[in-house]
Design a protein around this ligand. Structure first.
Ligand code: F7E
Length: 329
């Protein structure tokens, strides 16, 4: 059988790098679209790719440019395209609204359009998000739950979801969206709360910090393990028919739970270090975002495996190792 070619947008991010490793292990030829700046300064921006960069074909380009996307698809001619790149930090302030909407929606649209014209048999994955549910009317959320996004990011993902569905129905593309709930790992960006916490624990242990400022400690999330979530993406594209799937653990934990566990695992009393700072508050959620991934279990044979405790522990250990401080036993 001919070697399969995959193109990943956002390849240097948490999910992109785990997915690249998974596909390389499966014998794929893997291509990645990266910003030129990331290619010029690989150490700084592509630390997630240290294990596999030498086995990847990287293409510099911006999602905001249709000519770049068109050229990349024409050059790579992928069998599978995983669209993970996005402006992904959730802002409720609508401050970066133009850029978030433009990049996220156009990026998806450019890719779908180029695939339709150049490689219509290419299978396409769009990284959707639980933020699409926003003020959800039911809990847990599943594929049939109505979208009521309340962040610009969520709105951009709903638009991308609808574009993907439309190309699937109108142009018969094998195009699927994963509606992924929060998923974490040592490769998570430090602006997201889990990594912000584990990075702070390591820095406090190393004597480099003495406080951690956080927003709402009672905010709750459905946190899974990123490595398992990228496997679900791959599984979606191996199905005979394209469909949309919720990927989640179905379990809720609060930011406080995460804080307590991370600090305790390092022998620290969190209350001595954590300061609640209104600057990091977001409007409270009426319905907690927690997903039901029964469809994925039934159709894809996908189940979440790592526990909350295992995820917290791996992240604390990894940050301690990176900073060079003795971590928990
Ligand atoms: O916030 C609360 C915050 O920024 C998690 C992205 O991957 O998952 C991610 O979005 C929770 C929220 O992730 C702080 O209010 C409290 O309730 O880690 P986060 P997110 O916004 O859920 C979804 C599924 C995506 O698709 C996104 O791309 O934690 N929280 N205090 C805080 N959050 C942050 N960042 N910083 C705080 O100090």
């Amino acid at each position: 059988m001919a070697q399969k070619r995959a193109l990943i947008t956002g390849v240097s991010g948490q999910d992109g790098s785990y997915l690249a490793e998974l596909l390389l292990d499966k014998g794929y030829e893997v291509h990645g679209l990266v910003r030129r700046a990331a290619m010029e300064a690989p150490g700084e921006r592509s630390e997630n790719l240290v294990n596999c960069r030498h086995r990847l074909n990287l293409h510099p380009g911006s999602l905001e440019s249709y000519p770049t996307i068109y050229r990349t698809i024409a050059t790579v001619k992928p069998d599978e395209c995983y669209h993970l790149a996005a402006q992904s930090f959730v802002s409720y302030e609508f401050d970066d609204e133009f850029q978030t909407l433009n990049t996220n929606i156009n990026g998806t649209h450019f890719l779908l359009s180029a695939i339709k014209d150049l490689v219509p048999n290419c299978r396409f994955y769009m990284a959707g998000s639980s933020e699409m549910f926003g003020h959800a009317e039911e809990s847990p959320q599943k594929e049939t739950t109505r979208f009521r996004p309340r962040s610009v990011y969520g709105i951009s993902k709903v638009a991308s979801f609808e574009l993907t569905r439309n190309y699937r129905e109108q142009y018969k593309l094998h195009a699927s969206s994963g509606i992924l709930f929060n998923h974490e790992s040592p490769r998570r960006g430090r602006e997201f709360v889990t990594r912000k916490i584990t990075n702070a624990v390591a820095r406090i242990l190393a004597g480099q910090a003495n406080e951690l400022r956080l927003g709402n400690l009672d905010a709750r999330r459905d946190w899974g393990y990123a490595k398992e979530y990228v496997r679900a993406m791959w599984l979606m594209l191996q199905q005979a028919d394209p469909e949309d799937y919720v990927i989640a653990t179905g379990k809720l934990h609060s930011v406080r739970d995460f804080v307590e566990m991370a600090f305790r695992s390092a022998g620290l009393d969190w209350e001595k270090y954590v300061i609640v700072d209104p600057d990091f508050y977001r409007p409270s959620e009426k319905t907690p975002l927690v997903g039901c991934s029964e469809k994925a279990s039934k159709h894809l044979g996908w189940f979440p495996e790592s526990t909350f405790e295992q995820i917290v522990s791996e992240m604390v250990h990894a940050d301690c190792k990176r900073i060079g401080v003795q971590g928990p036993a």
